[in-house]
Design a protein around this ligand. Sequence first.
Ligand SMILES: N[C@@H](CCC(=O)N[C@@H](CS)C(=O)NCC(=O)O)C(=O)O
Length: 219
Amino acid sequence: MILYGAALSPYVARVLCAVRRKGLDVRQAEPPGGNMKSPEYLALNPYGKIPTLVGEDGPVFESEVICEYLEEKYPQPPLLPADPAGRARSRTVSRAVDLYVLPGLLGLLGQLNPTTRDSAVVEEKLAELRRGLDGLEKLLKGPYALGPELTLADCALVPALFYLDRFMPAFGKFDALADHPTLRTVWTTLRAEPMVASLLADMAASLDDFLRRRAANAS
Ligand SMILES: N[C@@H](CCC(=O)N[C@@H](CS)C(=O)NCC(=O)O)C(=O)O
């Protein structure tokens, strides 16, 4: 299978978490045609976004859909709880990350530079993020998101917590999870997991490269 997209994207990273946990043979690649809006890539994913997974069943896109597809096609090791309530809880965490956490966090990407930032945007995004994190705090159990096993909920959380860790110091928040003890426990558990640690290292390398290139283009 081929996964189009780089680990810089939290949506790609979520899929990589599931792929690596399941030990699947997936090759990562840049979108064909050189970018996400090329005719070749739009033929695979009409929305022109990453990730897209292409295998024997054709293209599958939308990160959470890809994760669920992999879970159904390659059920071992399971990444969803066995019971319907647990599965619902995992999906709720993934959706909460998508709807209430990532938009705030990604909105801060363009505000990292204090000399060019718009303080109204920063305040709005930080408030949005805070509401998202408050909700997650109530949903999570620890030590992993839903208890003793890593699930797709954790795969959704890993990239969000990575970006939280990287971005918040730029806004004077050096302990972004100070008021979220369960989230902090989950983050500590995830970072200690070798597969996750290696994914986080890939994300860091990808983000550093992106920020370097952005700074070089700006100067
Ligand atoms: N809901 C999508 C979101 C994917 C997404 O927004 N990916 C970003 C990269 S982080 C992208 O492709 N942006 C390009 C664009 O929107 O044109 C998913 O879960 O896969």
